[in-house]
Design a protein around this ligand. Structure first.
Ligand SMILES: [Zn+2]
Length: 298
């Protein structure tokens, strides 16, 4: 069979590279015409590029700290906010998460509030998302948060905790652990969760099962919500047993797992996270999940 590459595939390859470097207008220009085409499964990715590019056309970037930038459309800020006051608030939220997890705030980070016109019902993650880009980690937050201070601070804390997880674990934290740290940092918990999980009315998932349940774009919203709540409870249990700084240390252990240990782990059929947990707190993934369920049933 002849191997050939379609113009759309080339366009997407160029777009991927540009997006990774946050040249979002260039990324969008490349796929705007070919459209989602062969990537029809990636409609949400296309929309992310579009939203970030639309924002870039109108935004300004403000240096908030040596490691932190704010990208915002000044004309979209309400009367209660200025780039300075919003920047100060974002800085406080991020620094607080860093302090709690024992992280030195070394990763360059850009927090972008997306354009109002990108705040459509299709918006992929209602409370924002974090992308591991170059030369910075990028946190994107929807426009509607500009009018909701409490939710805004929670969303910044949640997404910045992802920056911390990614950097301390060198990108090795599984989804469930990343969300455990982020939901814990955000501090917003569904008051029904403990009871419904305890009573078995919400199924308590095994690690491998939970791992695949954070798909905000394709998953059933209720299932995704429960997955976040389960992760949040695991985060609280970990913080209760080892302290929040201990949780930061666990992420560091995960990032520094040596090749030999990984090889042994693979032979034993254990994940990298399982190994790091055993090394750090003497229990594996499955015990951690079981212990958390015991703990909420206390
Ligand atoms: Zn998250």
């Amino acid at each position: 069979m002849p191997h050939f590459v379609t113009p759309a595939q080339v366009a997407w390859k160029v777009a991927d590279e540009a997006y990774l470097w946050d040249r979002v207008e260039e990324a969008f220009a490349n796929v705007e015409d070919s459209g989602i085409g062969e990537r029809s499964a990636s409609l949400s990715y296309f929309r992310m590029i579009e939203a970030e590019a639309t924002t870039r056309e109108q935004s300004e970037v403000f240096a908030i700290a040596e490691w932190l930038e704010l990208e915002v459309i000044p004309g979209e800020l309400g009367l209660d906010l200025s780039p300075d006051s919003l920047g100060a608030e974002v800085l406080t939220s991020c620094a607080e998460v860093g302090r709690r997890l024992g992280y030195d705030l070394s990763a360059k980070t850009r927090v972008a509030f997306l354009a109002a016109e990108a705040d459509a019902p299709w918006a992929t993650a209602p409370y924002g998302y974090c992308v591991d880009k170059y030369p910075y980690e990028k946190i994107c937050l929807p426009y509607h948060l500009l009018g909701r201070p409490r939710e805004r601070r929670q969303a910044v804390a949640h997404e910045y905790a992802h920056v911390v997880s990614i950097n301390l674990s060198q990108g090795h934290a599984p989804n469930w652990l990343g969300e455990a740290v982020s939901v814990l940092s955000e501090g917003q918990f569904d008051p029904r969760a403990e009871r419904l999980f305890s009573e078995g009315r919400w199924p308590w998932r095994e690690p491998a099962k939970l791992e695949g349940m954070f798909d905000v774009t394709h998953g059933d919203p209720e299932t995704v919500w429960r997955a976040y709540q389960q992760a949040g409870l695991i985060g609280r249990y970990l913080a209760e047993s080892m302290g929040e700084k201990g949780l930061g240390d666990l992420l560091r252990t995960l990032g520094s797992e040596g090749l030999f240990a990984q090889l042994v782990g693979r032979l034993l059929g254990r994940t990298r996270t399982d190994l790091a947990l055993r090394r750090h707190c003497g229990i594996g993934e499955r015990e951690l999940f079981a212990n958390t369920l015991q703990w909420i049933r206390r």
